[in-house]
Design a protein around this ligand. Sequence first.
Ligand code: PXP
Length: 245
Amino acid sequence: MPATHQRLYINVDHVATLRQARRTDEPDPVAAAALCEDAGAEGITAHLREDRRHMQDDDIIGIASSVRTVFNLEMALTEEMLSIAERLKPYQITLVPERREEVTTEGGLDVAREPGKLANGLARLKRAGVRTSLFIDPDAEAVQRSRDLGADAIELHTGTYAHDPSNARSLRALIDAAELGRSLGLTVHAGHGLTVRNVAPVAAIAAIEELNIGHSIVSRAVFVGLPQAIAEMREAMVSARRAPR
Ligand code: PXP
């Protein structure tokens, strides 16, 4: 069976990181999102952090109101973020863990902790008509719990794999978790730390329908521009999915 198309969602947080380095008005992440869409991104992802270190509320409002594809808003499960989500109603919310001192999201959600709070949050988002995804480590129990909590999708944390792509165990964990998720009826996404150099084995996992990629595309775009950076990533994904396994 030919592998289904895999969607590429681009995370534009680090366009805002560059702007915040000077607290000026450029580069504008809302304009970057539009450029990404022109270059073939199938979705735009942004993380509104509690500390507002990159994306600001107006960026999120701007992206939510201007995307022509779909908007995947990443956020922690807090009352503040839930009410923003209920107001903006993005296409999809990916719930992520957040720690103030971290450089980036460091691990998947602990879905065994406070299951009642998670289930209530997911239910509120569903009532608002938002599709829900949980960012989790590639672990069978976390996948099963995500389904039991009522999420529509899971996003598998690829950070451990990306840190050491030669470690066959971390790739195996992604394959197994993706297949389990699909068999349970979840839509499976993946992301974190993916680059053109390490994306192929993850792109080749048929059960993974969507990749969320930010840092490496924005970094490459500094040299070659967003359209080319996106084209290079797309080419790496498509050829990996086409390659015989
Ligand atoms: N998915 C999630 C849930 C994330 O938090 C991030 C980083 O913000 C990404 C994907 C993208 O990771 P990267 O910027 O390393 O491509």
